[in-house]
Design a binder for this molecule. Structure first.
Ligand code: HEM
Length: 737
């Protein structure tokens, strides 16, 4: 298979030149805040309003014209990477699938949006070999439409065009994926080597795979085609497929539909030995212009018969550029025998080895026909009883297969886009799916007059500032920008499973929510035309609480509130899928669950801030402000470094930075400290790692100093309100249209 390179050898190559090295190079355990810096829009050439502007530009596109342009590229073979059978369609489907297939349901990272496949490390993963060429083929189309068509949308649309051109009807195309402009820092696994090196296997004893990982090997989108760690055992392979596709949010039927649908098309490439190929794009000289896997063994004119990618070789079907049921029929109706590809990789062939498939370079030449093949992962679908049953049904009912593939493909390429309000374009399917987390949006949101009225009702509800603020935070902070799921919209805090999450103090929540529901009902009973949702009341409650907590400090502030959220029903809420959103740590509420899989508290803090799309100053001001508001989970006193809990102030910052306090670890506790007055020895405070790091980490201390300074009062209140409002509105995509 593809020549692999260790991550460490990439790293040392990069650091060997006369360039500055990140601190992590010298002190690998140091805190890395780089993820949060990526939330600044500075490196985005289209600027801060790119998201909103992109949608407007995209809507100007004539999708039919773009489709024609893509189809032309697809059917025009280029001498620098000749098309198999004169059609790049299958190649393009693989590109779209690999871009989408990085999605992992546990933390919402990966997926189509952002088009991360353009950057290292995804661009350089062994599993993405040759896909650099697919994107280059599309450059003329990207160039033509520029700002109107992101790479993320172009890749998905190209997959759609390819499927259509080869006779498959998809559900439709959804646009609206703004691009990323830098490689996203994502934890893809503990391995220091890439697939196929043995150390790249990430699955432990008993099939365990650490959260939030989804790929079984470092450098693969999901599983090893030859079987786990190269072992061509179909039963073990089926276990890996179930594990990995499950983490991609696909059930058994969706998994089989995707693999069977995908491998209906195209072929695997292993014409030349691995030693013929250069390294991935990142390892090549500039003269290769960002391309990798350069084949040095091609003599004379390059043809489609020269292509080497995975090292496996052959097609699954005798008609690889049309949608058929041949994959299923071939898999079920033949006896498959384990053999090897020309490069020595495990693959399966039929007993008779009939030459029924066309040659990619000479598809019309009967004398050059080839046998078909299957991977171990394909055979796994036949041998696993559950997968087999699904395939057998589809062999009898091909329409059900086509329908299942269309739905699974749509979910695959759209899953990371969040709610339907983020879908753009004229080809969006009408049907609603539960995985889209639907919300019943109000026909007419309340106006500012009604907001004032509601605020009075909330203030009179008997709920404390603390209760109001922590409830609003619990609702809104469930959002994750990684796949735009969760958030206050939908009022799902009152539904299962969110109302039972430990971080939300469910028992207390049960006493708070009815009072907010009463406010909603009282308001709605007198306002028939413009009713309010529970979601809006929860968020507005946060504003009421914060304004009052600032008033107690003698500061008059107004927390902006944008009405218009809707409520969802329990039936519209997939409990299992929502459970993935449960925080195992929320530094803003000083909550940390010591699960075996949990990352250390400081990493978890950065991770939570990252999923909320916060910058370093936003994280700092929010965490410090929230501490003084006394809204910790379990009402813990840790980090509440103020003599006036419940009053919004800069006390957290002044008290965490002062040299008058001596901190020491509480014996027997991993993550708990006590602070003593240096002069009197009196115990003053308790705190955790995520509190003290604002005094300990120089970069965080630098920001904390800003808010602790005597002249920073106004700035603190302004910044806190801005960051708070940002979190409350993270899921308000309707406001950005
Ligand atoms: C090709 C692995 C699932 C679509 C390939 C290749 C490998 C592979 C090794 C050959 C690459 C090359 O040498 O050019 C796997 C594994 C899967 C999987 C292990 C999961 C168990 C899927 C899915 C889709 C898909 C879900 C799409 C829905 C394709 C297509 C090709 C391909 C269209 C042909 C590409 C071409 O002709 O250039 N796959 N794949 N695969 N795969 Fe998959």
């Amino acid at each position: 298979l593809i020549a692999s390179t260790t991550l460490t050898s990439f790293a040392s190559a990069a650091f060997a030149a006369d360039v500055p090295s990140p601190n992590q190079y010298y002190w690998p355990k140091g805190m890395n805040l780089a993820k949060l810096r990526a939330h600044d829009s500075e490196s985005d050439p289209y600027g801060a309003d790119y998201y909103t502007n992109y949608h407007k530009k995209f809507e100007q596109l004539n999708l039919q014209e773009v489709r024609k342009d893509i189809e032309k590229v697809m059917l025009t073979s280029q001498p620098w990477w000749p098309a198999d059978y004169g059609n790049y369609g299958p190649f393009f489907i693989r590109m779209a699938w690999h871009n989408a297939g990085t999605y992992r349901a546990i933390d919402g990272r990966g997926g189509e949006e952002g088009a991360q496949q353009r950057f290292a490390q995804l661009n350089d993963w062994p599993d993405n070999a040759s896909l650099d060429k697919a994107k280059r083929l599309l450059w003329p189309v990207k160039k033509k439409y520029g700002e109107k068509l992101s790479w993320g949308d172009l890749i998905v649309l190209t997959g759609d065009v390819a499927l259509n051109q080869m006779g498959f009807k998809t559900l439709g195309f959804v646009g609206g994926r703004p691009d990323d402009w830098q490689s996203e820092l994502i934890y893809w696994g503990p391995g220091t080597t890439f697939f196929p090196n043995k150390g790249s296997f990430q699955v432990g004893q008993g099939g365990s795979l650490k959260h939030p990982l989804a790929a079984t090997h470092m450098g693969l989108i999901y599983v090893n085609p030859e079987g786990p760690n190269g072992d061509p055992d179909p039963a073990k392979s089926a276990q890996m497929i179930r594990l990995a596709f499950g983490r991609m949010a696909m059930n058994d039927e969706e998994t089989v539909a995707l693999i069977a649908g995908g491998h209906t098309f195209g072929k695997a490439h292993g014409a030349h030995p691995n030693s013929c190929l250069s390294g991935p794009p990142v390892a090549n000289g500039v003269e290769q212009q960002g391309l990798g896997w350069v084949n040095h063994c091609i003599k004379g004119k390059q043809t489609a018969d020269d292509a080497s990618t995975s090292g496996l070789e052959g097609s699954w079907s005798a008609d690889p550029i049309h949608f058929t049921t041949q994959y299923i029929d071939n898999l079920l109706n033949n006896d498959w025998v384990l053999g090897t590809s020309p490069t020595g990789a495990h693959q399966w062939h039929t007993k008779t080895d009939d030459k029924i498939a066309p040659d990619p370079a000479n598809p019309n030449d009967p004398s050059k026909m080839r046998p078909i093949m299957m991977f171990t992962t394909d055979i796994a679908l036949k041998t696993d009883p559950v997968y087999h049953k699904i395939l057998a049904r589809w062999a009898e009912h091909p329409n059900e297969f086509a329908d299942a593939f269309a739905r699974a493909w749509f979910k695959l390429v759209v899953r990371d886009m969040g709610p339907k309000t983020r879908y753009f374009g004229s080809e969006v399917p009408k049907e609603t799916f539960v995985w889209q987390d639907p919300v019943n949006m109000p026909a007419k949101p309340i106006g500012q007059g009604e907001v004032r009225e509601l605020k009075k009702l909330i203030a009179a509800s008997g709920l404390s500032d603390r209760e109001l603020i922590k409830t609003a935070w619990a609702a809104a902070s469930s959002h994750r920008v990684t796949d735009h799921r969760g958030g206050a919209n939908g009022g799902r805090l009152a539904l299962m499973p969110q109302n039972g999450w430990a971080v939300n103090d469910p028992q207390e929540l049960q006493t708070i929510l009815p009072k907010l529901q009463q406010v909603r009902d009282k308001f709605n009973s007198t306002h028939k035309a413009r009713t309010v949702s529970l979601a809006d009341v929860i968020v507005l409650g946060g504003s009421v609480g914060i304004e009052d907590a600032a008033k107690k400090a003698g500061v008059k502030i107004q927390v902006p509130f944008a009405p218009g959220r809707g409520d969802a029903t329990q039936e519209q809420t997939d409990v299992n899928s929502f459970n993935l959103l449960e925080p195992t740590a929320d530094a803003f509420r000083n909550y940390y669950r010591a699960d075996a899989d949990n990352t250390p508290p400081l990493n978890a803090m950065v991770d939570k801030a990252d999923t909320l799309g916060l910058t370093i100053p936003e994280m700092t001001v929010l965490l410090g402000g929230l501490r003084t508001l006394d809204v910790n989970s379990g009402h813990s006193a840790a980090g509440v470094l103020t003599k006036n809990p419940g009053v919004l102030s800069t006390d957290f910052f002044t008290n965490v930075l002062t040299m008058d306090t001596r901190w020491q670890k509480v014996p027997g506790h991993e993550d708990l400290y006590e602070g003593f007055d240096r002069a009197t020895g009196q115990k003053l405070w308790t705190a955790t790692d995520v509190d003290l790091v604002f005094g300990a980490n120089p970069e965080l201390r630098a920001v904390a100093e800003v808010y602790a300074s005597d002249d920073a009062k106004e700035k603190f209140y302004n910044d806190f309100v801005k960051a708070w409002t940002k979190v409350m509105n993270l899921d308000r995509f309707d406001l950005q249209r």
